[in-house]
Design a protein around this ligand. Sequence first.
Ligand SMILES: N[C@@H](CCC(=O)N[C@@H](CS)C(=O)NCC(=O)O)C(=O)O
Length: 206
Amino acid sequence: MKLYGSLTSPYVRKARVLIHEKQLPVEFVVEDPWTEDSPIIAKNPLSKVPVLEIAPEQYYFESSLVVHFLDHVDGKSLTPTDPQNYWQAQWWQALGNGIIDAAIHRIFETRRPPEHQLADHMEREAKRVRRAIALAEKSFAGDEYLLASRYTLADLVLGVALQYVDFRYPHEWRADSPKLAAWHAGIVARPAFQDTLPPGFVPPQT
Ligand SMILES: N[C@@H](CCC(=O)N[C@@H](CS)C(=O)NCC(=O)O)C(=O)O
């Protein structure tokens, strides 16, 4: 299998962390989805990464599908099977994916020419991130992991999401979220996180 993507995309990083955690035989290929003639278009008409080649000329796209596939491909799923933990894991992933979406929309707004930037759009996305982090802190009832006392996709997705916040929307969220901060420090210390950091990103010392 091959995973196509960029080194900075948090959507791609979810898949890269999962591949690393499970030691899956997937080759990572850096390809840029932004150019008019991007080779990604032939694999995904939406021209977005990640794209996973599951067989010659057969591609999965959308990070949730890619992660779902990789989670099940080796029979060693990181998703709990009992209903309560299963749905809790989905809930945490929805929150993490929402944080990623908001942080991405915010950073893209900051990259527009200053005369075209909409401050209210940026602030709207920033507020989504801050509210979601506050809800994560309030909802935290885990230990070193979010649920089931074991590492699940919930830890992976929220871990990636909060590290993307540190990368692209650095702000002091830890002071008001001590439980989340302590949990996150443990998650991002995992080799799968350490070995897939975006180039040039130095995580804050916690
Ligand atoms: N909903 C998609 C979003 C993927 C996405 O937006 N990826 C960005 C990289 S961070 C991309 O490829 N953007 C290219 C473009 O918008 O043209 C997913 O979860 O895979």
